[in-house]
Write a protein that binds this ligand. Structure first.
Ligand SMILES: Cc1ncc(COP(=O)(O)O)c(C=O)c1O
Length: 375
């Protein structure tokens, strides 16, 4: 049976051929511990990693590539940003569309560090909720549940005006949306490598503006500053405790090369065509409830339910009978499901990527129609 992969919000699949190749070469040719020795293999691995830092810096307009630290994923980056960057006893504004990798560190901060939280649905509610205690705004750029896109240009302006830390979770947007650390006044950018950047799983990054100070929450070996009893304060070593994931880092670099080759605008345009076609098609079907974006634009993800069918059962039918792979349930974003009214029942999420086609969208619409006709 042919497989139709619509779970790109979880992880992008397939990857460009160049990703498979670079990971193999990282294992075979650069298989040494970067920064841990002066021999040629370690130096070469270090040089390759430096090149990826430069690529990331250029892609997101980060002034100093040494302010980019590699992490395991967005979850680690967000923990570093939230637990290491938000002051105790402060007030933080965030959204109902956050993933648990933002919510759980924030609730930890609420319980253990006395921070107060305000949740909004969209960026236009931020400014009126700012108080004298507000120190940070933590935003999921694109919802992994209904594709709500927060306007980072406006949020950046608000944060600049009120001198607030702007932490951006770009897990769903990096590789689809245009993101510029300087222009959008982002204080800390948190990335995961395995979604729209096309890298492998287990690689992410945190990018910090020069003037932003954060405390490391993980300590360990850095290959340099070995005699220091505590974690060095220099970036990127401060946030890179332990051996780096060289194959993952090189895959991230190859992913950025691929995006540059196709063009970010072209990737976005293609995915926008797919989501628009899907939503127009869904609107023509009966018995389907579609949970659309809370903002005018919508990222390449949409959740839905079919009346009378549990979301887990629907995902199973789609997989077993039609070869369609989607994700049911709550998508690690409980408050988003509260906001769209599916906290009790969950929903089935379709998320598209660059390698999906319009024919695949037609197939998915036909499959859903078929299912609705059988109930
Ligand atoms: C919006 C959002 N933030 C954070 C994450 C966490 O990403 P990772 O699991 O790669 O750390 C995800 C993953 O699904 C996500 O969709």
């Amino acid at each position: 049976m042919k497989i139709y992969y619509f779970d790109n919000s979880a992880t992008s699949s397939p990857k460009p051929e160049s990703i498979y190749k670079v990971v193999e070469s990282a294992m075979k040719e650069f298989n040494a511990n970067p920064g841990r020795a002066g021999h040629r293999k370690a130096v070469e691995a270090g040089r390759k990693i430096y090149e990826v830092r430069e690529k990331i810096a250029k892609f997101f307009n980060i002034k100093n590539s040494l302010n980019i630290a590699f992490t395991a994923n967005a979850t680690e980056s967000l923990n570093f940003a939230i637990k290491g960057g938000i002051p105790q006893n402060s007030h933080v504004i965030t959204t109902n569309f956050e993933h648990n990798s933002v919510l759980r560190p924030l609730f930890y901060m609420q319980d253990e560090k006395d921070i107060k939280l305000t949740f909004v649905n969209t960026y236009d509610e931020i400014e009126k909720n700012i108080t004298s205690e507000t120190k940070a705004v933590v935003i999921n750029h694109i919802s992994n549940v209904n594709g709500t896109i927060q306007n980072i240009e406006e949020i950046g302006k608000i944060c600049k005006k009120h001198n607030l830390l702007f932490i951006l979770d770009a897990s769903q947007s990096a590789g689809y949306s245009y993101i510029d650390m300087e222009k959008h006044n982002i204080s800390i950018l948190c990335l995961t490598g395995h979604k729209s950047i096309f890298g492998i799983q287990g690689i992410g990054a945190i990018c910090i503006k020069d003037e932003i100070k954060i405390e490391p929450i993980l300590e360990g070996g850095t290959g340099s500053f070995s005699k220091l009893s505590r974690q060095p304060k220099e970036m990127p070593e401060m946030l890179e405790a332990g051996t780096l994931n060289t194959p993952g880092i090189l895959s991230l670099g190859a992913g950025i090369d691929f995006i540059n080759e196709i063009g970010l605008k072209n990737i976005k345009k293609h995915e926008d065509i797919l989501i628009e076609k899907f939503i127009i098609g869904l609107n023509k079907l009966e018995k389907i409830k579609v949970y659309k974006s809370f903002t005018k634009d919508q990222g390449p993800v949409v959740s839905l339910n079919i009346e009378g069918i549990d979301s887990g059962d629907l995902a199973q039918i789609l997989d077993e009978e039609f070869g369609i792979l989607v994700r049911p349930g709550f998508h690690c974003a409980p408050l988003a499901h509260k906001a769209i009214g599916t906290y009790e029942i969950g929903a089935v999420r379709f998320s598209f990527g660059y390698f999906n086609t319009e024919e695949e969208i037609d197939y998915a619409l036909d499959a859903l129609k078929n299912i609705t006709l059988q109930i």
